[in-house]
Design a protein around this ligand. Sequence first.
Ligand code: ARG
Length: 563
Amino acid sequence: MKQKITQLLEQNIEGMSAEEISSLIEIPPKAELGDFAFPCFRLAKTMRKAPQMIASEIKEKIGTVDFIDDIQVQGAYLNFFLNKSMFAASVIETAVKDDFGSSSTGDNKTICIDYSSPNVAKNFHVGHLRTTIIGNSLYKIFSKLGYHVIRINHLGDWGTQFGKLIVAYKAWGNEDAVKENGVSELMKLYVQFHKEAEEKPELLDEARAWFSKMEQGDEEALRIWQWFVEISLKEYKRTYELLGMDFDYFMGESFYRDKTADVVNRLTNAGLLTESEGAKIVDLEAYNMSPCLILKNDGSSIYATRDIAAIFYRKETYNFVKCLYVTGQEQKLHFAQVFKVVELLGNEWAKDQLVHIPYGLVSLEGAKLSTRDGNVIYAEDILLEAIDKIKEIIEEKNPELPDKESVAKTVGVGAVLFNDLYNQRIKDVSFKWEKLLNFDGETGPYVQYTYARCASILRKVEDFDISVSIDYSLITDDASIDILKEISRYPQVILDAAEKYEPCVIARFAVDVAQAFNRYYNATRINVEDSALRNARCKIVYITMKVIKDALELLGIGCVEKM
Ligand code: ARG
């Protein structure tokens, strides 16, 4: 409908492109102001006339059109009142299609998303849960827009900490205990290392020596390190499985260990590398940033060096149009430095193709979250706790429900994801169980429940057939038009979410649709006697379900038919 109005205006306005017209068209805040509005301020400038006058002239020129009931001039605006049944027809016929919301904007161009990326031998904690959830949603959103998206898990699997861990394991470790307790045991060893090193600083030299051995390819060092990686990955994959998420590549920092020398060469040749207290740095004072450390005084590379190597590798291998990094906001400076260094090496594209996508903290106010070992909360424990709590609710309210286990998983995990994605990334996320598991609030369970309600309505109408065409003149009531208006926003909502890298735009849309549907449901009997009317109303239920399912899918959340 917006397209049709754009066309109509294009035919009746001189010297303004369809794109410009389309970008100016607004959706008025109140129904009294019509369904679409076109402001004439910009035309007033070029035409040197009062905007009201221009609006009246355009109205005059347009005359009468079949899909518009009325056009009103109000101030500088042209307000369009659509023909309701034609509007209903256009929304429903678009929304039933499989590809509703999809587009070819991405034109198969490649986007790399670097997210999740936990640190080997450390637990997959709630902070990593955020990057995982946000990154996964961005992956779905950009895929929907026709991009080829590469999901990269940049595991923290290299660095001096592994030298420390090898020393600790050799001194106090026990193979069986590590096998039995996994990452938790490795973390204990790490803590013990730091305690002991306070008394015996020579341990630090030993650790450096072991990391050197790793960098030189020493067989024993690499064997132990590899084992730590495997143990950690096994645990992380348990969490990914709970989340139903996966990656194209687990390409950790270690993957770039033979590619950092090239970074040093490039920087040297470009004359960008300077010495500072034995270390090698890139001075970034001219850009108001502290220097980017490239090589430590013992010659070893660091996190930033490997990130720079990764950028070149990804650019050469995937030829991305964007490479996105989803991490906490505390890494803002790190990415600004790394991106600047790449740009200074003569890569203008770094300016707009490398994007850091920061997010806020997780706070655990009010939630009683048991830790296994006194460390930062495990993501897995949060998810399992959410599932358990949903199970309790099901046992209490609907013990006869089939597939209780899988329903509890979809709803429990979905609640945690939705809670994370409902607000802007940069805001802190708090875990309040009563809030995020609430079945009526702005929550995952609420949206999923609305979906299940739709499913139950359609189950009761035995003869509903989606392929039968309906009489659109039956859909002109306000409640119907309201829900259809919400649904019709979906394609634009996806574009907005992508442009801002904000899954919350989708989450909010899902709540808006659910709320509009529940208003519709309260105002309208669906299973009525009259079969034409029944069929028309069921079709609205059907597309509501479809769009809710699709939107939740973009957030990484599933739906259940009964709950
Ligand atoms: N392992 C890092 C952390 O846990 C995140 C890595 C983000 N990605 C990157 N290319 N630096 O903080």
